[in-house]
Design a protein around this ligand. Structure first.
Ligand code: GRF
Length: 195
């Protein structure tokens, strides 16, 4: 059984969608949900689904091994960032090489990097006159939004679109693809560690 930890800072609709996708799976389990915000709605979702959750401050993430120790104590094998706003510290990158994936709500390498999160991304896409946007699922490295891309899917941006309507389309793509891309990535990881 591969144990997954989901990191999220906000609403957590992706976290919930992923957890529901793997409910009853005999190969992958969402073991815990971790947040850096004690009032993040994702924690309510975790409670409702009966999934263990934990909150660590930004300082804890950046300056201690507490998060790493927590993940090790639970036997977590794989980490999914779903709307997680902090930079992942080096100790976690070292402990989980090519085992941490993020979803970005645009077609990287466009509209990525520091400050490009949430509605800022969709506002920038519209301001740039883009005719399409989408999602990017990628491994993470020490720079924001720069790890190897695993998967992208796109949707049109119409002249009538607003940041909210773009966000809605992007969320639909996220719900459709993120869980299966996670499942495939874990399968590939398992296959490669046996070869
Ligand atoms: C998603 O659009 C994701 O791509 C981005 O943050 C948003 C999180 O939404 N990284 P939610 O918290 O899963 O509803």
């Amino acid at each position: 059984m591969t144990k997954v930890a989901i990191f999220a800072s906000g609403s957590g609709s992706n976290a919930e969608n992923i957890a529901l996708h793997f409910k009853g799976s005999n190969s992958v389990i969402v073991d815990c949900i971790i947040s850096n915000k004690s009032d993040a709605y994702v924690l309510e979702r975790a409670k409702k689904m009966g999934i263990e959750s934990a909150v660590f401050s930004g300082k804890c993430f950046a300056e201690t091994d507490e998060v790493l120790n927590y993940l090790h104590s639970r036997g977590v094998d794989f980490i999914v960032l779903a709307g997680f706003l902090l930079k992942v510290p080096q100790n976690l990158l070292d402990a989980y090489p090519r085992r941490i994936v993020n979803i970005h709500p645009a077609l990287l390498p466009k509209f990525g990097g520091k400050g490009m999160y949430g509605s800022h991304v969709h506002e920038a896409v519209i301001a740039a006159g883009e005719t399409e946007t989408g999602i990017t699922i990628h491994f993470i490295n020490e720079n924001y939004d720069e790890g190897d891309i695993i998967f992208q899917a796109s949707c049109p941006v119409l002249p009538t679109d607003t940041p909210d309507s773009v966000a809605e389309k992007v969320h639909r793509l996220e719900y459709q693809y993120f869980p299966t891309v996670i499942a495939d990535t874990i399968e590939q990881l398992k296959a490669s560690s046996f070869s």
